[in-house]
Design a protein around this ligand. Structure first.
Ligand SMILES: Nc1ncnc2c1ncn2[C@@H]1O[C@H](COP(=O)(O)OP(=O)(O)OP(=O)(O)O)[C@@H](O)[C@H]1O
Ligand SMILES: [Mg+2]
Length: 488
């Protein structure tokens, strides 16, 4: 920890750490749900890849089977309808003879007519040269057969799948999708029974264009990816909303718990402090009494021995009395007061306090107005304590109107809120908003002889009656204290 950090900052960071620790389990759930969403997305993409691969394989197998059957058919037709007649008629096969070539071409085209075949090519068995092709330009080309040609010569029918393009081709950024199936079978002599099992005379190559089918498969793949992406996005948004709402609720709860914990700690600390103050004040009280009575004796003796100097002893007596008053107030504030509740009328207490302070009001030329409600219900109160609370407020008001002024006491029964309100309004010095916010703090005072405990004690009394005390004030205009007490 940085030793230069302000204590406040340190406290804040400890608070934050505690809060974070409280939210830890929720964060784990959050990470788990988001990562499982990621795993599902990856799994879906993988699934789409498997599905489209499978579809492609099925398409290939079917097309290959079809091409092999077709090639077999071409083999039969060409051998029966071209090879055999040519041997009989011309004594041998010579495709350089246009008549023979045309004959073969007619037969081949007849077989593939109406079928989706791009080209049929026949290679020679002796040299790797194209003897015949439905694509005229290819005829005569050498060494274009490749491995497939050689395999076929050895008797193995085989296929080659040439394709290009992917899902990105749909975005038309990359070249369009294309797919071709090239099937090679050995061109054999056909026996009488129809079986083609004789000598290999060449190789038949069938080229079938599968671009459309392949494009369909890619579209299917794109659809799967798109649908899963949309589903994932919706799931993500829903999850995020739930998580953020739950996060806010959890955070608020954690904060509330932390605040409660802090309040409890503070209350505990204050209780300890209170006990300490009460003990110390109590211990001070007895020696203070001795000091006071000794000073009084001393005053009398000085009067006799050294007349004119007795005021020195008087100072000790006065200060001891002042100190005693402070100690008594300390004790009152620190020690929890026992409540003696009885049904009583607030107006009675108000009148009693006013009677007590009326000489002061006269002396300071303060005009008093009382508006006491007649319909006040009797409520459970501790008379002595409420008397004290009202006296504290009234004394403050008198002290705030040194040059005279007006004081107004109002009591009212607020039926709708089922409470009694006591308003004490003075036209004294008033307070700034900042000051008004601090006056209930213990030991807050701006008076030379004040302890600053008057309003703190008052608030304690009101709150222990289940009520509340509020203040409104304007500098130079006056102050109004409102006490609200529950009535039933
Ligand atoms: N009616 C009022 N008008 C203006 N200021 C007030 C009024 N009532 C309270 N205050 C301010 O609130 C402060 C706190 O009042 P509080 O009664 O708690 O202590 P105090 O009067 O200073 O001392 P004591 O313990 O003797 O009552 C006062 O010092 C004063 O500045
Ligand atoms: Mg006071």
């Amino acid at each position: 920890m940085d030793s230069k950090k302000q204590p406040r900052e340190v406290l804040d960071s400890i608070r934050q750490q505690k809060l974070d620790a409280g939210l830890q389990p929720f964060k784990l759930v959050k990470y788990f749900s988001f990562s499982s969403l990621g795993v599902i997305l990856i799994f879906t993409l993988f699934l789409s890849w498997i599905i489209s691969n499978h579809a492609r394989r099925v398409m290939l197998e079917q097309s290959e089977e079809y091409s092999l059957l077709l090639a077999e058919n071409i083999n039969q037709q060409v051998f029966r309808r071209f090879v055999l007649p040519a041997v009989v008629r011309y004594g041998g096969i010579a495709l350089s003879n246009p008549e023979q070539f045309e004959n073969l071409d007619r037969i081949v085209r007849g077989v593939i007519q109406g079928l989706k075949i791009d080209s049929v090519t026949i290679y020679d068995s002796r040299v790797n040269i194209i003897s015949y092709s439905t694509v005229a330009d290819l005829v005569g080309k050498k060494d274009v057969g490749g491995v497939e040609y050689k395999k076929s010569l050895e008797g193995d029918a085989n296929s080659k799948f040439i394709y290009s393009g992917s899902v990105f081709s749909l975005l038309s950024v990359t070249p369009a999708v294309s797919c071709q199936l090239r099937t090679y079978i050995p061109f054999r002599q056909v026996r009488d029974e129809g079986e083609s099992g004789g000598v290999v005379m060449g190789v038949i190559e069938i080229v079938k264009d599968l671009s459309k089918e392949y494009a369909n498969i890619i579209k299917l793949q794109a659809r799967i990816i798109l649908v899963s992406a949309v589903v994932m996005a919706v799931l993500f948004l829903v999850l995020r909303t739930i998580v953020s709402r739950a996060g806010k609720i959890m955070e608020a709860k954690a904060l509330e718990r932390l605040k409660l914990e802090e309040t409890l700690n503070q209350t505990e600390r204050l209780a300890h402090l209170g006990t300490m103050v009460a003990t110390v004040s109590h211990e001070i009280k007895s020696p203070l009494g001795i000091v006071r009575s000794t000073a009084e004796i001393l005053e009398k003796r000085i009067q006799k021995v050294a007349p004119g100097n007795e005021h020195l002893a008087r100072i000790i007596v006065d200060e001891a009395m002042r100190l005693n008053r402070i100690v008594v107030e300390f004790l009152d504030f620190a020690r929890p007061q026992k409540m003696h509740l009885e049904k009583g009328n607030i107006n009675e207490i108000a009148e009693k306090v006013l009677a007590f302070i009326s000489p002061m009001l006269k002396e300071q030329q303060i005009i008093l107005t009382t508006v006491l409600a007649l319909d006040l219900p009797a409520i459970a109160i501790d008379r002595d304590q409420l008397y004290r609370a009202l006296l504290n407020i009234l004394l403050n008001a008198v002290q705030a109107m040194e040059g005279g002024g007006s004081l107004q006491i109002t009591t009212q029964y607020q039926d709708d809120k089922r409470r009694i309100a006591i308003l004490i309004r003075d036209s004294g010095a008033g307070m700034t908003e900042e000051k008004a916010a601090q006056i209930f703090e213990p030991f807050f005072t701006d008076k030379n002889k004040g302890t600053g405990l008057g309003l703190a004690i008052t608030r304690n009394i009101i709150e222990s009656h289940g009520g509340e005390i509020l203040v409104e004030s304007m500098p130079q205009e006056g102050t109004c204290f409102t006490i609200c007490l529950p009535a039933g």
